[in-house]
Design a protein around this ligand. Structure first.
Ligand code: SF4
Ligand code: SF4
Length: 137
């Protein structure tokens, strides 16, 4: 992770119809949840986007566009980029179950040769519900 300095946060397109993404942003700011592995003293670039809607295929086009632009404009290569999937995609949560297309999304990201990571904001209440089996995984 030491060479990574550009984080692409991918959020569920359906959930983003009613979510501002505030808790994802705060989790990154505070380096909590899925962002706990990132250094607090490093100035990362961040880009927030959605999967584009089910089945998530647009994510491939969005990320391909981004990697092409980053390389051409700023010489930022793929090995400096990490794709961080929001918790509303990776886990059962208040908004609904885990994304049914998660494996497909992983495949798309893998085809582009980008590093994949899971989770953003981890809600204390939701985690308690996962731990007690109210939420499944
Ligand atoms: S993880 Fe939470 S805050 Fe982030 S986009 Fe999903 S629902 Fe919104
Ligand atoms: S593919 Fe998954 S992440 Fe994207 S809108 Fe559908 S349920 Fe949400």
């Amino acid at each position: 992770m030491e060479n990574k300095d550009y984080i692409v946060i991918v959020q569920c397109d359906l959930v983003m119809q009613r979510c501002s993404g505030y808790f994802c942003e705060k989790a990154f700011h505070d380096r909590t949840g899925g962002f706990g592995v990132y250094r607090a003293d490093k100035a990362y670039r961040t880009l927030y986007l959605t999967c584009g809607g089910c089945c998530g295929r647009a994510l491939h086009r969005k990320l391909a566009n981004l990697t092409t632009k980053l390389l051409a404009q700023e010489k930022v290569a793929k090995d400096r980029i990490v794709v961080q999937m929001a918790t509303c995609i990776t886990k059962d949560n208040y908004h609904g179950p885990q994304c049914p297309h998660l494996d497909y999304l992983k495949t798309l990201i893998g085809k582009l040769g980008l590093t994949y990571r899971e989770d953003t904001h981890i809600s204390g209440k939701a985690q308690e519900r996962r731990n007690t089996g109210v939420y499944q995984g």
